[in-house]
Design a protein around this ligand. Structure first.
Ligand SMILES: [Fe+2]
Length: 623
């Protein structure tokens, strides 16, 4: 008890001590906020800093000592009346563009023509592919010993970036508090590692979070209204889609006044194709402790969680409760098997005084300790560790979501119908199917990509394309019956089946001109013109062909079935119907548009023996 009291007093003394946040002084305008990196992506980064006097500044970047670009700082002056500071605050932001992914850049800030050195070197690394790690924590802005101890530990971690889960600067998120309890504490980390923060309730205590928004530079999706920019956003890093929400005023407005944030969230999650989806905001939906009855947590639980579950968000990070808490995997507020559902982690132990954490039916991992989270993402495996002030591991969680195929998710790749023939190109839709997106470039096609394979009756299929939500493969020409289909990934398997095969199950991909350009409203076909239909599911051909290999051009492999082109109700004999030379698993049907055909939209389909493809529309123009 006594130790706890002493720790609290020590923490309080740290919080009340006079901050040292005027970092470096040289000739010319001095920094009142040292340079730090923001909004780093694959090809851009923003450098932000502040001077106490007006100054003309630029940022230069180099790779391995070779200069590779520069950007002018755009200055914004904040008056003492706006900031509560004693002097004007000149904030500079330099947007660096045209950067290379996965590359380490050194940078320097030039103030009024003079190079300014800070610390032991300024550098950052752009986003790229492959494994990476990030840190996360909330409720840090106390200025005490524990916050500074954790900041020291973070310096050794070398993460790609840091998510801040809100309550960055107690008590009221003022400019002064941001300087002394945020920038002063993390400046050595921030000069290399971008923070992607969300707003806590304490940030809203000053001008509705104005200092927080003004002092950061975060991604700005175009579909976010101007007044909400800087408060919620999303970004990609590797194979993860991150979403930062604002569980304060924008959430209340979304629920009570049809504000835009939740509709934006729905659209944002619907559009991402990334394997992992991680969403973070300040108020936890399921944490327990002094804030358990918080009205904003209740709004999150009722209005945000259903959206997150609908789009299979794997991990949700929050703060607000000053402790560490982890839920079971949950769906519909019920516990589901590991690997399914959403895991909710509360990480509010970044530095503020700790709260008790109570038992909860939603999870049994909890600890009232100061800590931060370290999350490592390695393809389809995610490992989360909670790390305490002595570098101790409080908790560890591995997420390895297994593959799932949607109901009716195996279809003919061209028609999107469950109709198959020997040699058909198929699409498989679901989730957790592959850790990344990759088109197969090698010939013959590989039977395993990124640890992912698809088998039909145990036989691995050639793979054209893999991605988290969509696979493309080719069925064997030898297949005559329906087949048991299995998707295998490093995280597990999913079994399904396809029905009995037809001799033919045609599906049309596209109709093109002889120059390869698709026929469209903008590029219509003309009477008498020769066109090519690219298709799949036309069945057996005149000679041997190995599934997944390139089609020869000599001899040409023609279809065994009788193929007709039905255009505007008339059956036409094609000039050629067979496998497309030089392509893999693709059929082509060449035909001539009748010279007497009138202009306008006409329907076109392939009729192969007794099977018809889907109908597509063909625009015909008369000169
Ligand atoms: Fe909070």
């Amino acid at each position: 008890m006594e130790i706890g009291r002493r720790a609290f007093l020590k923490s309080l003394i740290g919080a009340l001590s006079v901050p040292v946040w005027y970092p470096s002084r040289a000739s010319g305008a001095a920094f009142v906020c040292n340079p730090f990196v923001q909004n780093v992506g694959e090809s851009q980064a923003t450098i932000v800093w502040a001077t106490e006097e007006v100054a003309t500044c630029t940022v230069g970047v180099s790779v391995n000592g070779m200069p590779s670009g520069s950007a002018q700082g755009v200055v914004q002056k904040f008056l003492p009346a706006d900031t509560g500071l004693q002097l004007p605050y000149y904030q500079h932001k330099a947007l660096l563009t045209g950067l290379e992914p996965g590359t380490e850049y050194s940078y320097e800030v030039i103030v009024d023509g003079q190079r300014r050195a800070v610390g032991d070197g300024l550098r950052f690394r752009t986003a790229g592919s492959g494994r990476f790690s990030f840190l996360a924590f909330g409720d840090s802005g106390w200025g005490g010993l524990e916050q500074r101890t954790l900041a020291e530990l973070m310096l050794r971690e070398n993460p790609s970036f840091i998510l801040h889960l809100g309550d960055l600067a107690y008590m009221q998120g003022t400019f002064q508090e941001f300087q002394s309890r945020y920038f002063a504490v993390y400046q050595d980390v921030m000069q290399r590692v971008p923070f992607f923060p969300c707003l806590g309730n304490h940030e809203y205590m000053t001008q509705n979070g104005f200092p927080h928004v003004a002092l950061h530079d975060v991604p700005v999706p175009e579909d976010i209204p101007h007044e909400d920019r800087g408060r919620y956003y999303s970004f990609d890093w590797g194979n993860v889609h991150f979403v930062a929400l604002d569980s304060n005023a924008p959430l209340v407005q979304a629920v009570q006044e049809s504000g835009p944030m939740l509709q934006w969230l729905e659209n944002d999650l619907r559009n991402t194709q990334k394997f992992w989806k991680i969403v973070y905001f300040h108020h936890p939906p399921y944490a327990s402790g002094p804030n358990q009855g918080d009205g904003l947590s209740e709004l999150v639980r009722h209005h945000v969680v259903p959206i997150l579950e609908r789009y299979h968000v794997s991990l949700v990070l929050s703060g607000h409760e000053h402790s560490y808490q982890r839920s079971y995997a949950l769906a519909g507020q019920e516990i589901v098997p590991d690997g399914e559902g959403t895991v909710y982690v509360t990480s509010g132990g970044g530095g503020a005084r700790l709260y008790r954490c109570d038992s909860s039916r939603y999870g049994n991992i909890r600890s009232s300790e100061h800590h931060y989270l370290k999350v490592e993402v390695d393809e389809a495996r995610l490992t989360l560790c909670s790390i305490g002030t002595s570098g101790n591991e409080i908790d560890r969680l591995d997420l390895t979501p297994p593959p799932t195929i949607s109901d009716g998710g195996v279809v003919n790749a061209a028609s999107s119908l469950p109709r198959f023939a020997p040699g058909t190109l198929i699409s498989i839709y679901g989730r957790n199917l592959a850790p990344e997106t990759q088109h197969s470039a090698e010939v013959p096609l590989p039977r395993e990509v990124l640890g992912v394979s698809v088998t039909a009756d145990g036989e691995p299929l050639p793979l054209l394309y893999v991605s988290p939500m969509h696979l493309n493969a080719q069925l064997p020409f030898e297949l005559r019956q329906g087949a048991a289909v299995q998707v295998r990934t490093p995280n597990g398997t999913y079994d399904t089946s396809i029905p009995i095969l037809s001799r033919s199950a045609p599906g049309i991909f596209v109709v093109v001109h002889q120059n390869g350009a698709p026929v469209s409203d903008e590029s219509p076909a003309r009477p008498g013109e020769f066109l090519t239909v690219y298709a799949t599911g036309l069945g057996a051909v005149s000679g041997p062909i190995v599934c997944g290999s390139q089609t020869p051009d000599n001899p040409l492999l023609t279809t065994k079935a009788d193929v007709k082109v039905e255009l505007a109700g008339t059956l036409l004999d094609p000039a050629f119907a067979g496998l497309a030379p030089g392509r893999i698993g693709l059929y082509q049907v060449d035909f001539q548009v009748p010279g007497q055909l009138g202009g306008g939209q006409h329907t076109l389909s392939l009729v192969v023996d007794l099977s018809a493809s889907q109908a597509v529309s063909l625009q015909i123009a008369i000169d």
